[in-house]
Design a binder for this molecule. Structure first.
Ligand SMILES: NC(=O)c1ccc[n+]([C@@H]2O[C@H](COP(=O)([O-])OP(=O)(O)OC[C@H]3O[C@@H](n4cnc5c(N)ncnc54)[C@H](OP(=O)(O)O)[C@@H]3O)[C@@H](O)[C@H]2O)c1
Length: 317
């Protein structure tokens, strides 16, 4: 495990340590190298990244920052290990097309036995999983943007110190972020979401505004989608068809909340028609734990498939 001392890395170490088939070969850190940490029932010591014996591992996870991760993934592959990259470095839209993208329920066959998988971002996991059934059936009007407001807990920003993430700055407040020079719709996850949405058949613009929620973990995405025509029958019909039998996708009639999903490897989705609009419009809601289904859990789900293990092994459902 590379980047084990970060939020995503610690979450993944905890899952690996309790996994029925996997053993944690090493857990690396940068500033925290040499420190000991209590993870669940276990205590581990973080080693320096340079000392990791990459070739001794059947599979290397990297939860390093983007920009740094790519180089270590290449070293792991050169040493003969399979690899799952949790960073944005190898994701679609970031100049590395052709690497299996591990939105597991939608790309299971590309991930199974793959030597290298790019693990999706947390916002893209919640948003793309929820919208994919509409894209697959060509239900979305091309001439109206899909408007996405999503709120994330503060672990989404990692654990390196930042003034704007101090408790006193975040507590009892709520704010939008991700603007550049006064312009919105520029968050770095948009490249990935646009590339994947397009590959799934979406021709509509995505308008994405992230918000910072004063909780530790969880993402709630609220998506307003103009349809070509109203959905016939029950609103959730497209989702039931796409995700029939999926144990980590929960389709619900009530708006999902973060309490429904934290510490679980699930995407919980609701959809409802909106009143008061001239064109048929849906509200789609999706909730995940950003550190589990949005990072470590989905990475382990992909690794299980890459290694020929039971897909759900070691995953909290
Ligand atoms: N947090 C989330 O919700 C989430 C969700 C999906 C994907 N991701 C992705 O997962 C990755 C990790 O995210 P995170 O939130 O866990 O970040 P984080 O808490 O900041 O952890 C980063 C990890 O990388 C290590 N590191 C930093 N710079 C390094 C360097 N130059 N060389 C070697 N190791 C270095 C850190 O070690 P020290 O702490 O010891 O310095 C730490 O272990 C990122 O690429 C992020 O985009 C995160």
């Amino acid at each position: 495990m590379l980047g084990a001392s970060g939020y995503a890395g610690r979450e993944l170490c905890a899952l690996i340590l309790d996994h029925p088939e996997l053993v944690l070969a090493f857990a690396t850190a940068n500033e925290q190298r040499g420190a000991r940490a209590r993870i669940g029932r276990h205590t581990i010591e973080f080693s320096a990244t340079e000392s990791a014996r990459l070739g001794d591992a059947a599979l290397v996870f990297s939860a390093l920052p983007h920009g740094t991760s790519k180089e270590w993934i290449a070293r792991a592959r050169d040493a003969g290990a399979r690899a799952v990259d949790l960073s944005a470095d190898l994701r679609p839209g970031n100049g590395c097309e052709g690497i299996p993208y591990g939105l597991t329920e939608l790309s299971r066959e590309q991930v199974r036995n793959a030597p290298l998988v790019s693990n999706p971002g947390c916002y893209p996991t919640s948003i793309l999983t929820a919208l994919a059934p509409l894209f697959a059936r060509d239900l979305v009007a091309d001439d109206c943007p899909i408007v996405i407001d999503a709120a994330s807990g503060v672990t989404g920003a990692g654990n390196s110190p930042k003034r704007e993430l101090l408790f006193a700055e975040v507590a009892d407040d709520y704010r939008a972020y991700g603007f550049s020079d006064g312009t919105g719709n520029v968050h770095r996850h948009l490249r990935e979401m646009r590339a994947v949405a397009e590959s799934l058949g979406c021709a509509a613009d995505l308008v994405f505004t992230p918000h910072l929620l004063p909780v530790a973990r969880g993402i709630l995405a609220t998506m307003t989608v103009t349809l070509r025509a109203p959905i016939q029958g029950e609103t959730l019909t497209p989702w039931r068809a796409t995700y029939a039998g999926e144990r980590f996708i929960e389709l619900v009639d009530e708006p999902p909340t973060l309490r429904d999903v934290v510490h679980r490897n699930v995407v919980r989705i609701a959809a409802m028609p909106l009143a008061g609009t001239r064109r048929p419009t849906l509200l789609v809601l999706s909730a995940i734990d950003n550190l589990v289904k949005g990072a470590a859990g989905q990475a382990l789900q992909n690794a299980n498939l890459m290694l020929g293990l039971e897909e759900a092994a070691g995953l909290p459902s």
